[in-house]
Write a protein that binds this ligand. Sequence first.
Ligand code: RRO
Length: 309
Amino acid sequence: MSFDFSTQLGDKRFSNPIFTASGCAGSGKELAQFFALEELGGIVTKSIMMKPRSGRATPRMAETPSGMLNSIGLQGPGIDRFLADDIPWLKSQNATIVISIAGESVEDYGLLAKKLDGIPGISAIEINISCPNVENRGQVFSCHVDTAYAAVNAVKTNLNLRIPLIAKLSPDVTNIADIAESVHSAGASGVALINTLLGMVIDTNTMKPKLAGKTGGLSGPAIRPVAVRAIYQVHQRLPQLSILGMGGVASGRDALELILAGASGISVGTATFGNPLAAIKVKNELQDLLIEKGFASVAAAVGFAHRDS
Ligand code: RRO
């Protein structure tokens, strides 16, 4: 039996379902020392903003049980330098490119879309509307149906490129399916589930928060059940909406769990910090596991946990 390892997000087909997770591999330059970037379904870049940004004060990372906290604060070179440097480099590597964008305002999302319009070789845009590390919690657009809609709509209406728009959502909401429905109606053909959960660690020696920014985003295996739950709920409500799943995936078995819940693609993030080859390991293990379970394709396994028989 031949096995089809390709997958689809929106109306775009990718060679396989394993992607990097935004923010965990920059634009892939460090990872390229370990494997050919074209081996992955896609490279999802660190969320890029209109202007260069130095991010939050250090320390910006803290270990937690089965995970970690980050408080990077959207450090990056800004869209103009990113387009001049990172995109040509990614193209030279034959990588499949998914650009993640983040705005400080609804207007920013529209301006970022205009910057990306007409740039060839972009396979999808991840619209990050859920960064937990912003000074103003009002800027977590994905926490409300109306602001989530407005940010995605600003991208949709300012972009002529016909590529999938994937809105990245926060699990820190009462009803994530409502938010998914809102971004879908604004023009997103996919959602990225989940961004980190807002957390905090206090050092009991200094008796002060470990992170300079006090709060940070929790990632790693500790949040995988939250990701599975969010993916399951969104797939149940909107089976036609593509899901790029992420949250503590470190093995093929972890990836399969998210696929069974309803994800068509999987991003590997925190695991990469411990093992730069984590995404390749997940890819190989997932392929073996899908074949072992008798699936003829990735699509056949997507949402399998929802089926009655
Ligand atoms: O840069 C960050 O601090 C950050 C971002 Br943009 C995000 O979306 N999620 C996260 O955990 N950290």
